[in-house]
Write a protein that binds this ligand. Sequence first.
Ligand code: FAD
Ligand code: SF4
Length: 467
Amino acid sequence: MKKERHQPQKQPVRQRIKNFNEVSYGLTEEDAIAEALRCLQCKKPTCVRGCPVEIDIPGFIKKIAERDFKSAIRILKDKNVLPGICGRVCPQETQCEGLCILGKKFQPVAIGLLERFAADMEKEKEVPEISQKKNSSVAVIGSGPAGLTCASELARNGYPVTIFESLHLPGGVLTYGIPEFRLPKRIVGEEIELVKKLGVEILTDMIIGRTLTIEDIKHMGYKAVFIGVGAGLPSFMGIPGENLLGVYSANEFLTRVNLMKAYKFPDSDTPIQIGRNVAVVGGGNVALDAARCALRLGGRVIVLYRRTEKEMPARKEEYENAREEGIQFHFLTQPIRFTGDENGYLKGIEIQKMELGEPDESGRRRPVPVPGSETIMEFETAIVAIGQKPNPLLTSSMPDLKLGPSGIIVVDPETCQTNIEGIFAGGDITTGAATVISAMGAGKKAASSIMKYLENKKHKIRINNFK
Ligand code: FAD
Ligand code: SF4
């Protein structure tokens, strides 16, 4: 057995920093088979415990090893209708691969790369089997990974489902946030097409809480509602100068680049203006995506992060890619003021050095300012990527809905049921910004609770500690 896992080829750095094409080419057929043969086919596989949608991981990997790619993708799609997406963006290192037995002594099996390989090998997407039609229809609010998963689970079980999406395209962060070079929109489009082929209706440009309310939806005859509206409201630092021209939230910047195709300049109707020197504030996936987009749009990019490399929440693979591409990282630095010119444009950022103190509530060591360490650096563009929280647009139209800190919807963790009968919720709106696969896991759990709820409306799903 080869101890080291097979790695995919990547687009050469000098080429990729000038385009938005996918960076990783994925495994070749020969490497995928060899990688699949590294799997020990454990009798009690631990990796499956690390997958929130419970894919039969050894099962699909065995089929790849046997060159039976059709069966591999069937096994995957039995639990996950978005395998091409998950294979690319799941944080496998902390999910399934983090629990792979082989990883104790050697490198874990490249489960994500194999999932992507099987998904990419299926050219004509086969529609999974659909159960007999049921009468009760379900409304799903939001078409991100949580909503898409909940909707497809219900549709596969015969329930009529309509997704109401506020944007003009479905997919949530998969469409407007994660850039093309990590997750091609062709892949997102193909997998959403599959969700539609399961019978899911997707209505776009429908802002629930504005265009329609949840009460309207109930009156339209929907018997249950799943809310998967994500956490799309950007957080800011609350420091002077945040309103200067040239200071963006990562959310706005990435939406303009990805959804509005600003990267297709000069063919884009909505190009984005970017200065020569770009600062990105933050250390997560969002910060790195913004930094790598800004680099491709011609900026010289510095990431300002208030902790150290060790505490950075971004995926390691993407951090390495960003470094290879020439993005600079200034650790233990915190902006304290944006400075502008006489026309209101950003000119610079006053930065303070930090040092690490005691751990905070997140378990990571708290950054503490170093007095007298302030300096000013010149930047014409700044992108703030320090986190997102739930947008209150929908929840503020539901006065009886129980909310938790920062406006997340409180649900029973076992069932995704809210405090209102027939209304379920999952994904980032219930956890705050998290991951694609945790949102999908919640969507799946909610679908199962909704089916139980609809099958026996008298049986109210509650767990003991739910207040
Ligand atoms: P979302 O994906 O946010 O989808 C919510 C949907 O609801 C959106 O389409 C929104 O338009 C819609 N909506 C909102 N309000 C309304 C309303 N009132 N009416 C109707 N529709 C509404 N996770 C990973 O696992 N790996 C990564 O590499 C990764 N990279 C990321 C990069 C970026 C830039 C961002 C922003 C996030 C990233 N994440 C990543 C996190 C991940 O994308 C989210 O955790 C996940 O998308 C949450 O899914 P969701 O379905 O809960 O919400
Ligand atoms: Fe691993 Fe994500 Fe695939 Fe599950 S969906 S097997 S967690 S890569």
